[in-house]
Design a protein around this ligand. Sequence first.
Ligand code: ATR
Length: 277
Amino acid sequence: MTRKKIPLAGVIGHPIAHSKSPQLHGHWLKKYGLAGHYIPMEVAPEDLEAVLRALPNAGFVGANVTVPHKEAALRIADHVSERALVIGAANTLVFHEDGTIHADNTDGYGFMENLRSGAPHWVPSDGPAVVFGAGGAARAVLQGLLEAGVPRIFLTNRTRTRADQLQDEFGDRITVVDWVQAGNFIDEAELVVNTTSLGMQGQPELRVPLDGLQPGTVVTDLVYAPLQTNLLQAADDAGCTTVDGLGMLLHQAVPGFERWFGTRPEVTDDLRAAVLG
Ligand code: ATR
């Protein structure tokens, strides 16, 4: 008698102890009563390729990859989705029966889904966005916003050359503005996004003049520890719609879970509580 295989997936990082993904996927596996396991894996960069090649034979149907493996996983993969290519990094891998590795990046999707559920009245094509930061997280946000049809993005970063580089890559809907001037563009923005680590526990706050914030503006922060950053507090005070960063983490996990375990999971308040707990 052949035993039914239990699908395995997991998250690979270095370090990995802080990852919320095991709680997240574990919550869904239990909630939907599915056979499967989701396992955190501490893997050093020099071992990444060997581990990825070994996982399909060990019963793994896929994996998430996190810091510092997101770019390397893209290079190792046999097939890469268009959006992963645009972002230049992978976060979700699917292993096919023939052992090939298919890389995707669902961060921009997760960002957009979080906005759509937290600010349903926001119409991407209605007006410009201001985006703070030009690191890996900003790349995913730009991919999501541009694909959704945002007409113009004012991009600002402490290190201007990194923003210029993104402008070169992502094209002429991006306008780079000086870090110290960025506050001047907020009054015409429909959306303001912080992709930097400023505002995170233990980091300085994002200090920009926010007096331009209009009550109709949507403001979102990728930082989710704390949930209420100083940016979101200022936006609340100005009567803006605010969307915290936890939802992006939850939504980006949906496509991977669906591919690996065959059920499309929902992002609900009990999931938020499980991940925060
Ligand atoms: P991630 O993948 O999370 O985006 P990253 O690539 O290290 O991580 O990018 C971190 C972002 O936070 C960058 O935009 C960085 O600005 P620089 O490119 O100038 O480093 C921004 N950031 C981090 N600390 C900052 C600080 N103290 N002041 C301003 N920006 C900061």
